[in-house]
Design a protein around this ligand. Structure first.
Ligand code: FES
Length: 387
């Protein structure tokens, strides 16, 4: 072998070593499984997304669910398709989740090399990639250790709880292989998350005239919940309130603020006050400078891009208001660093056995819970996903 050929071969081997680090080191990746509801990436995926949503008995228990869910989805599809078309042809949630996951895992390899390489997996509840598909990928990758990392900062049984129930069903059925699991179930007051939100509010505040800035009302908007969920003891309202309080502490309580709730559907009672009504009420009171802040979502999707940006901003402007929206966290480096810090701390504490596979708070079911899967899921994760 000539020297030249030899150096070419060794360079190729070095490149291969970089590209296929896990297999050459014989170490399977530590999976960081990012749980979220997801959204249709393209307009034609809207029906499947809605059908999966209405099929979720943990979110919306329906009589004859398998029959009714496709019918309700079909009826709602044209209206929702139009909304996705209006925001550019689909939800950007997968794009941002993948961006956040890649950035987080790159940082994690440095912050906690003991469990490297870290690999992000996206597991959406209602859109591709669904939990089922992600489970197969994890099995094919030979994953032995995984962290279920909810991308909802504040815990609700309708969101994180539903994703964990689905993960549990797949895990118990053996679809993912033999994996040691732990869970990051909530992080709504983490300092990095709070800092990222606060910085985006400050950027939005800077758009107002300096003289009017301190009077601007900060309107935090979170996805609402049916009162039937709130009244069974769901922790979401408390945890969103804690996030708002932490952001306002970080801002030095520089402005008046309220927490309001968006995206109510159907005739039943939901958590209020509704965001749209609050905007009208503020206009009536002469409070015409407002910032809208999405506090329970970590990236743009239909609730920010359509409901806040197109519906509420338009209504407010028609009422003579000056409204700006704090940007969603999307590709914020401060936020991506926060995701890495949260996970590194979790891995460190879990390795040191100062925490168990789940938080103490996750072990407690809602006092009004009648869903047996919740109990089985909590038991399964508390034993690291081992039956
Ligand atoms: Fe909250 Fe089951 S509904 S634990």
């Amino acid at each position: 072998m000539s020297c030249r050929l030899g150096s070419t071969v060794s360079r190729s081997v070095r490149q291969m070593a970089t590209l296929h680090k896990p297999s050459l080191t014989g170490k399977s990746p530590t999976a960081i499984v990012m749980l979220n509801m997801g959204g249709p990436s393209t307009v034609p995926e809207t029906y499947d997304f809605l059908k999966n949503l209405f099929m979720d008995g943990d979110l919306i228990p329906l009589p004859f669910q398998r029959v009714l869910a496709p019918l309700i989805a079909k009826r709602r599809t044209p209206q929702i398709e139009k909304q996705y078309a209006d925001i550019g042809g689909g939800s950007p949630i997968l794009k941002y989740t993948e961006m956040q996951g890649a950035g987080m895992c790159e940082l994690l390899d440095e912050l906690h090399p003991e469990t490297a390489p870290h690999k992000p997996y996206v597991a959406f509840r209602y859109a591709n990639p669904l939990t089922q598909e992600t489970a197969q990928r994890m099995k094919a990758d030979g994953v032995k250790r995984a962290v279920a990392f909810t991308q909802y900062p504040q815990y609700s049984c309708s969101t994180t709880g539903s994703s964990l129930n689905e993960l549990f069903r797949r895990g118990r059925a053996g679809e993912m292989g033999d994996i040691e699991w732990s869970v990051i179930d909530r992080w709504g007051t983490h300092s990095g998350f709070i800092e990222a939100v606060a910085q985006n509010i400050e950027a939005a505040l800077a758009k107002f005239q300096q003289s009017a800035r301190s009077d601007v009302v900060i309107l935090f908007s979170a996805h609402s919940l049916p009162m039937s969920v709130v009244n069974r003891g769901d922790p979401y309202v408390l945890e969103v309130s804690a996030s708002v309080n932490a952001v306002m502490d970080r801002l030095g309580h520089s402005n008046p603020y309220r927490l309001v709730w968006q995206s109510q559907v159907g005739p039943s009672a939901w958590m209020g006050m509704q965001t749209g009504e609050a905007i009208k009420g503020l206009a009536r009171l002469g409070k015409k400078e407002v910032i809208l802040v999405p506090i329970a979502f970590t990236s743009d999707h239909i609730e920010t891009l359509y409901e806040l940006d197109l519906e509420y901003m338009k209504e407010g402007k028609e009422l003579g208001m000056e409204l700006h929206r704090a940007e969603s966290l999307n590709g914020s480096p401060v936020f991506i660093r926060a995701l890495a810090d949260i996970t590194a701390q979790h891995l460190r504490d879990y390795s040191a056995r100062t925490i168990g596979p789940t938080s103490v708070q996750m072990g407690l079911r809602c006092p009004g819970c009648k869903n047996m899967t919740c109990g089985q899921q909590k038991h399964w994760f508390a034993r690291a996903g081992r039956s």
